[in-house]
Design a protein around this ligand. Structure first.
Ligand code: S3P
Length: 452
């Protein structure tokens, strides 16, 4: 399975330290939400720092198809003129969400609350991913769904004419499912209630408040209870998108693994429900500092300074998974370079990401001479104390984060690491290779990450 323009890449040890200051592209989660809330608000929402990766561009196209005006006014600067809550129009054609699970699931929440008929599809990776986790709770609004076998895309939805509010206890820790329920709840009268057993990223709750909705969050013994008052008037508000901590993870781990390195990643989102990787790397002994911490656009941001460190293996508790769910592939690479064994517990959700990331991460390690095991839902990595062999070719399975994790690994292995297809990196981190090469003092074609 591959991208229309398959792009093999490989990486090798740069032979020099990684140094410099860099910014990473805008946060993917916040970018999707900014476009969607902008489309639901009255007035014009100005967004700066929007991630212009393929996933987010799919959301922009979908919002246009639903009648919002969405305009790019400069690099990362976008303007959305919304239609008001409940005001989205029926799309004239199939909505193609490409590779993006977030775009697909959040949009299904929006569609469930509007009296429209829509058909949704995605690429071969997205068409394998479970949608029942959102269509089940969203059916309680009165919306009807017709899906392929196993609740997969393509699917058709007829949104509810008089949507009912949802009261739902999440069976899995998923910000996408929580957000889909809340988005549907915007169009319903009364209170929508979502209970999450483990807290997940709260960008939806934060941004809903920023646009004027009433949202309350209470921690109870049964979990975190989120209440949304339905049918608010959302009012356009400026959104400042911080750098994506999930993208910052790649230069940070690269700096920890390549001797002599010191890298500063500026303006990274530091929402506490996203920073599990920083906690884990610190437990492994990583020299990581945060400076210039501040609140910008309602979210915590700061600069992360990463310096080369000899890491040690740790056990990562299952409760930490939601706050670093997208970072396990690159954490596994750090674990492979560390001294001792790392056990990452409770990774069942990794099986339903852009690829089966548990299997793909295991294969990434094995192809490059690292001993690893999958034990139930745990991944165990036996570290090499800085002596990673490399030399393998990694199958990326249409998964951007598998591609980037493998290419980071190759910066610190004895033999180069190749990936079969790096094209999907553009879904979340356009310019990844050039930026990493720039840290090695060679942003040109001769850098350590280059065509295979
Ligand atoms: C996201 C939530 C997470 C994460 C994804 C983005 C979001 O997915 O993996 O990359 O923006 O809400 P789940 O909700 O399925 O865990």
């Amino acid at each position: 399975m591959s991208h229309p323009d398959r792009r093999p890449l490989k990486s090798h040890a740069p032979g020099t330290a990684l140094t410099g200051r860099l910014g990473v592209p805008g946060d993917k989660s916040i970018s999707h939400r900014a476009l969607m809330f902008g489309a639901l608000a009255v007035g014009t929402t100005e967004i700066s720092g929007l991630l212009e990766g393929e996933d987010v561009l799919r959301t922009a196209a979908a919002m246009r198809a639903l009648g919002a005006e969405v305009e790019r006014v400069g690099p990362g600067a976008w303007r959305v003129s919304g239609r008001g809550v409940g005001g989205l129009l029926e799309p004239a054609d199939v909505l193609d969400m490409g590779n993006s699970g977030t775009a697909a699931r959040l949009l299904l929440g929006l569609l469930a609350g509007h009296p429209v008929f829509a058909v949704m599809t995605g690429d071969a990776s997205l068409r394998k991913r479970p949608m029942k986790r959102v269509t089940d709770p969203l059916s309680a609004t009165g919306a009807a769904f017709w899906t392929r076998e196993g609740g997969r895309l393509p699917l058709a939805v007829r949104g509810a004419s008089d949507p009912l509010p949802i009261d739902y206890v999440l069976p899995v820790a998923s910000a996408q499912v929580k957000s889909a329920c809340l988005l549907a709840g915007l169009c319903a009268p009364g209170t929508t209630r979502v209970v999450e057993p483990e807290p997940t990223r709260d960008h939806t709750e934060n941004m809903l408040r920023h646009f004027g909705a009433t949202v309350s969050v209470t921690d109870t013994p049964a979990g975190r209870v989120v209440l949304l008052e339905g049918q608010p008037e959302l009012v356009a508000a400026a959104v400042l998108v911080p750098g994506d901590p999930s993208s910052a993870a790649f230069p940070i781990v690269a700096a920890l693994l390549v001797p002599g390195s010191r890298v500063v990643v500026e303006n990274v989102g530091l929402n506490l429900l996203r920073t599990g990787l920083v906690t884990t790397l610190r437990e492994m002994g990583a020299a990581l500092r945060v400076e210039n911490e501040r609140i910008a656009g309602g979210e915590a941001v700061g600069d992360i300074i990463a310096e080369y460190t000899e890491l040690s293996g740790v056990t990562v508790p299952p409760g930490r998974a939601p706050s670093m769910i997208d970072e396990y592939p690159v954490l596994a690479v750090a674990a492979a370079a560390a001294r001792g064994t790392t056990r990452m517990r409770g990774l069942a959700e990794l099986r339903v990401k852009e690829s089966d990331r548990l299997a793909a991460t295991f294969a990434l390690l094995s192809a490059n001479g690292i001993k690893a095991e999958i034990d139930g839902d745990d991944l165990i990595v036996h570290g090499t104390a800085g002596a990673m062999p490399g030399g393998g070719t990694v199958e990326t399975h249409m998964d951007h984060r598998i591609a980037m994790a493998a290419l980071v690994m190759g910066l610190a292995t004895r033999a180069p690491v190749a990936v079969d297809d790096a094209a999907f990196i553009d879904t979340s981190f356009p310019g990844f290779a050039a930026l990493m090469n720039g840290l090695a003092g060679n942003g040109g074609p001769g850098g350590p990450i280059s065509g295979a």
